[in-house]
Design a protein around this ligand. Structure first.
Ligand code: SAH
Length: 355
């Protein structure tokens, strides 16, 4: 619930509105996990709340820690569906990658999450709670986050097929009495749901946008990302142009391109990609993502020299390109690896603090 919804909720049960604000602060700013801990609320009110409401709906089933410090949380919803969240420690500012759906309906051929199919779209509370769980584990319950946190909606699911709950979650997270993570700290990635790209172009207080391309031609993109049959490149890039024209200073807009050995990584593909972006007069930079492999996926990551050659061709044609370093590969926490995998190095000791 938003702060206002909580105010109305407590008022309906005969309590003053400020109690709702207190609960909001306890849940989001102090990140408390039970009504019992909210000792600034009258005891009998806490007891009544505990009978009718809950502070948490996600259950942390396991936590995995990668060699590079990346952490993956595998949680279950009240209806027993998997939700995964990844905490990525970084030098300047840590990043939390959250999921918008349990599973995913898109059938991108190179992505392991696709193998789950869509289980269910998450609600706003389930998105916000992922952040609370990750922050509490990384920094301790209720402590301030040392350098602020960046969020990316790049976990399982297609965020633009979860548009309403996503936007609600972002509003709740932005509240200064709560987590206070403003849209400027959030990046949402889409496989190319064109109407929502256009809708986002008209929204003032919005997150940064990233578009997953993966191929420079319709023929190849149809194969790798079937969503391309619904919204082909011409329509997608026209929407991107409209979005780019709406950019305000400080806003980021990027393309992501997963590099698949021998499939979409040749010199010719690089030239086609650069020409495509230039033809549409798009100036956004391209993040090149080495493929994260899995036994079930018929792809291999491009060799490092190929990645560098691909990047150099883009740059020679005036397209800014950056190579992303994969994080948390060894625990199935990297891009396209979220498929509710259980691996052997679960670290369970602190789970009582989380759930
Ligand atoms: N559905 C949204 C959000 C997921 S973001 C989207 O597609 O944008 C996940 C990012 O990881 C996307 O850019 C996707 O193309 C990329 N990806 C998927 N599977 C991958 C894999 N196995 N290795 C590397 N990147 C992958």
């Amino acid at each position: 619930m938003s702060k206002q919804e909580l105010e109305l909720y407590v008022e309906a049960s005969g309590e003053p509105a400020y109690r709702g604000r207190q609960i909001f602060g306890a849940l989001h700013r102090r990140r408390l996990r039970s009504f019992d801990e909210m000792t600034d609320l009258p005891k009998d009110f806490r007891a009544r709340l505990a009978e009718r409401a809950t502070t948490s709906t996600l259950n942390v089933e396991s936590r995995y820690v990668a060699e590079d410090g990346t952490r993956r949380y595998l949680m279950k919803t009240h209806d027993n569906l998997p939700v995964e969240t990844v905490f990525i420690p970084e030098e300047r500012r840590d990043t939390i990658c959250f999921s918008s759906q349990s599973g995913c309906p898109l059938q991108c051929d190179f992505c392991l999450t696709a193998k789950l199919g869509l289980l269910r779209t998450l609600d706003a509370g389930e998105m916000v709670e992922q952040i609370i769980v990750a922050l509490n584990d990384a920094y301790g319950v209720g402590t301030r986050t040392p350098r602020g946190t960046n969020l990316v909606a790049m976990g399982a699911g297609e965020p633009f097929l979860a548009f309403e709950p996503l936007m609600k979650a972002l509003r709740i997270m932005a509240d200064p009495d709560g987590l206070h993570i403003v849209p400027n700290r959030v990046t949402v990635s889409t496989a190319g749901v064109v109407p929502k790209i256009i809708e986002l172009a008209s929204i003032a207080d919005r997150p940064h946008l990233a578009i997953s391309l993966a191929a420079p031609t319709d023929e190849l993109r149809d194969r790798l990302m079937p969503i391309n049959k619904r919204w082909p490149l011409k329509e997608l890039l026209a929407a991107c142009k409209e979005f780019e024209e709406s950019l305000k200073p400080g806003e980021r807009f990027t393309f992501e391109y997963v590099l698949l050995d021998g499939v979409n990584d040749t010199d010719e593909h690089a030239r086609q990609l650069a020409n495509l972006l230039n033809r549409h007069e798009l100036h956004a930079k391209v993040n090149l993502i080495p493929h994260n492999p899995a036994d079930e996926l018929p792809y291999r990551p491009s060799p490092e020299e190929r990645v560098e050659a691909f990047k150099a061709i883009l740059e020679s044609k005036g397209v800014r390109a950056f190579v992303r370093r994969p994080r948390g590969r060894d625990i199935y926490a990297a891009c396209g690896q979220l498929a509710a995998r259980r691996v052997s190095n679960a670290v369970g000791q602190t789970l009582h603090q989380l759930s």
